[in-house]
Design a protein around this ligand. Structure first.
Ligand code: NAD
Length: 318
């Protein structure tokens, strides 16, 4: 464990100095943690940044802080609750109407190991927010991303995906005994599979999509677990834990790298561990699982996606 964690902080700083003037960036869950730091890094590089968050007060406060520190005034807050298909549709409709372009979409928001909660539409919370929410959001913004090509999508997964399994019989934990840890892993595995399948569908479009484990970082992600909070860190690993986990600043470097690096312009469908490309877990490479998950996800969020360039909306399944 300690060896893994030591490797974790050795991750390093984004090696690319590329700037992104005039490019429009959306970062979900950008009011705290890695998302906020990613928005900050991309604002420093001259982007037009949209912070997409659930809580508008926190979102506005983060946008103000980033504007003040970077002197980039093109940093704005917008409402997006990924636990609501309605909110996702409203957010995407506004972006499609009001923004000329979307060059970089960072699907960063997540909830980890929460109690057995469900989203507004009845999906298990972690699968619903982490995977299905971003699945729908991305699909609704695809035409804009394509029109802005070359453009990029960055999906925040996690090393935890290796413990995941896609249970097609019970994606939403309706019959199994709820296991918050396994549900998080399933959602993070789903994100890698989504990345692979989307990349396949986007071939030749100039839009790339990659998945990423940012490293283990000191953020609010462990709010439901006690891992990053007092219980675990003070009793089990104590100060060592805090030395070996990344600061949010360091953990935002891989997202920044995937968003801006010129050498990655044609790299798509890959899994990164920090700044390095790695092989994900075997189940994440299974094309049949990826295609089946795509079809199931599309059905659950009410999208019929027969072909990448024709996204039709359908009434929600019962
Ligand atoms: N921190 C780590 O050690 C670690 C490790 C591996 C992967 N990750 C991934 O990195 C990403 C960022 O996590 P973080 O560590 O900064 O955690 P964080 O909890 O600080 O940030 C997550 C953000 O997502 C937002 N969010 C949650 N539910 C939402 C919803 N329904 N609608 C909109 N936004 C919502 C939260 O409000 C928060 O701003 C996540 O995808 C996480 O899974 C983090």
């Amino acid at each position: 464990g300690a060896v893994l964690l030591k490797d974790n902080v050795a991750g390093g700083v984004c090696p690319s100095k590329a700037t992104i003037p005039g490019k429009t960036v959306i970062v979900t869950g950008a009011n705290t943690g890695i998302g906020k730091q990613t928005a900050f890094e991309l604002a420093k590089r001259g982007g037009n940044i949209i912070l997409a968050c659930r809580d508008m007060e926190k979102c506005e406060a983060a946008a103000r802080a980033i504007r003040r520190e970077t002197l980039n005034h093109h940093v704005n807050a917008r409402q997006l609750d990924l636990a609501s298909l309605k909110s996702i549709r409203e957010f995407a409709a506004k972006i499609n109407e009001e923004e000329e372009r979307v060059d970089i979409l960072v699907n960063n928001a997540a909830v980890m190991r929460c109690p057995h909660w469900t989203t507004e539409d009845g999906f298990e919370m972690q699968f619903g927010v982490n995977h299905l929410g971003h699945f729908l959001l991305t699909n609704l913004l695809l035409d804009k991303l394509k029109a802005s090509a070359p453009s990029r999508i960055i999906n925040l997964s996690s090393l935890a995906h290796i413990a995941g399994h896609i249970d097609f019989d019970d994606l939403n934990w309706q019959t199994r005994k709820y296991d918050p840890k396994a549900a998080y892993s399933q959602s993070k595995l789903a994100i890698v599979l989504f990345t692979k399948e989307l990349s396949r569908r986007l071939q030749g479009s100039g839009v790339t999509v990659n998945a990423l484990h940012p490293g283990v970082a000191r953020t609010e992600l462990g709010r439901h677990t006690g891992i990053h909070g007092s219980t675990f860190s003070s009793t089990t690993l104590g100060p060592i834990f805090w030395l070996l986990v990344k600061s949010p600043e360091l953990a935002a470097q891989p997202s920044t790298y995937l968003a801006v690096a010129e050498e990655l312009v044609d790299v798509s469908g890959k899994y990164f561990d920090g700044l390095k490309q790695k092989a994900p877990a075997p189940e994440a490479e299974d094309e049949e699982v990826a295609q089946r998950l795509w079809a199931e996800s599309a059905r659950l969020v009410g999208l019929e996606v027969s072909h990448v360039s024709s996204v039709r909306e359908q009434p929600l399944p019962r």
